[in-house]
Design a protein around this ligand. Structure first.
Ligand code: MN
Length: 367
């Protein structure tokens, strides 16, 4: 079954008139963990207290929930609430938010578009996972409407964004705080799970503002995440994409942290792209090692995202700017409409599967 015992993602839900608390999705129901496990850590309106307990607790809890849903199902049944009755909330309290740029194909496409006369990749790209600090306070849960941002679109031009875009990404949620120089090998001690991310982007604002300090208002107005956090333990792992040249020592891989996740981007219900996470160049353990190598620490609830996921094929691009080549080749939708960038009323949904598992979806409508 979809959302079966091999999946069991965590989220925060509420019933009408009750406070939000932690649950696990099972089929079309939510298991109320406070009631089922008699553990007050799940009575919190966020996953942070549970995530801070660490990897052994994550594993043991997962085993306990599996038992409750198989051997003890008759006892557990009253604590399974139909999804239709609940409201889903932000699953965790976001600490810091970092966005990377780990797709070779995405970085190459953007390079070709904006620097057609030079090498697509800047000289540093194959040596470190490029990233920037985003805005944690505007990370919102799937279903939250996204207001079209206003800003400077060029010299002397101010108004609503005319090139509103999406970015299909995977986000990694930190459970256990890290300290100086956390090695790539310690990845699964610290990272609790993954969420789908839509890093909404205002391309016209971005093009005018980003030199020399990088993305700012073009990215900070909203970032959407899926309501269910899939535990790292549930995800099928594959070797990462080969890297050339071999990175410096702190970035060397010590495990297989490529992830076999297939994404789909839907625009108003129609699939417009299928980005494969397996094609990513830098792996999440390398992102973690890179973020902490300078002495920076991470806290429970920190979120780091992969950057736009694009595969090598035209039908695998993870943003509209790539799919339409900066608006010059608009997408043709089934109803005869075309899209260069997002229009008011458009709904973008990103959904994903990992083998037999579903990671659910993150959705948002432009208002
Ligand atoms: Mn991004």
């Amino acid at each position: 079954m979809s959302w079966g015992v091999d999946n069991l993602p965590y989220g925060v839900f509420s019933l009408p008139g009750e406070s939000p608390r932690v649950g696990v999705r099972y089929g079309d129901k939510v298991l109320d963990l406070t009631a089922a496990l008699h553990d007050e850590v799940f009575a919190a309106p966020s996953l942070n207290p549970f995530m801070a307990r660490g990897r052994t607790a994550w594993h043991d809890t997962r085993e306990l929930i599996r038992n409750k849903l198989t051997d003890d199902l008759s006892v557990t049944e009253p604590h399974l609430i139909p999804l239709a009755q609940v409201q889903l909330h932000m699953p965790f309290e976001v600490g810091d938010y970092v966005d990377f740029y780990c797709s070779l194909d995405h970085a190459s496409n953007v390079g070709r578009m904006f620097r057609p006369d030079t090498e697509p990749l800047l000289p540093n790209w194959r040596h470190l996972p490029i990233g920037y600090h985003g805005r944690a306070g505007t990370v919102v849960v799937s279903g939250t409407p996204v207001k079209r941002p206003r800003g400077q679109l060029g010299e002397g031009r101010f108004g609503p964004c005319e090139k509103l875009d999406l970015e299909a990404e995977l986000g990694f949620v930190v459970g256990v705080p890290t300290t100086l120089g956390t090695s790539a090998g310690a990845f699964e001690e610290h990272v609790f799970g993954v969420t789908l991310v839509n890093d909404w982007s205002a391309r016209d604002i971005q093009a005018w503002e980003y030199r020399p300090l990088g993305p700012f208002l073009a990215k900070s107005f909203a970032t959407s995440i899926s309501p269910w956090i899939t535990p790292l333990e549930a995800l099928p792992r594959i070797p990462g994409r080969p890297q050339d040249p071999e990175p410096v020592e702190y970035l060397r891989r010590q495990g297989d942290w490529g992830l076999d996740i297939s994404l789909e981007i839907l625009l108003n219900g129609e699939v417009v792209s299928r980005p494969p996470y397996s094609s990513m160049y830098w792996t999440p353990d390398q992102m973690l090692a890179h973020m902490t190598v300078n002495g920076a620490s991470l806290r429970t609830g920190d979120l780091f995202a992969s950057g736009t996921i694009s595969g090598p094929e035209p039908g695998e691009r993870g943003s509209l700017i790539e799919l339409t080549w900066n608006g010059t080749d608009p997408i043709k939708l089934a109803g005869g409409e075309t899209r260069a960038f997002l229009e008011d009323g458009d709904t973008v949904t990103i959904r994903a599967t990992a083998g037999d598992l579903t990671l659910g979806e993150v959705s948002g409508t432009i208002v």
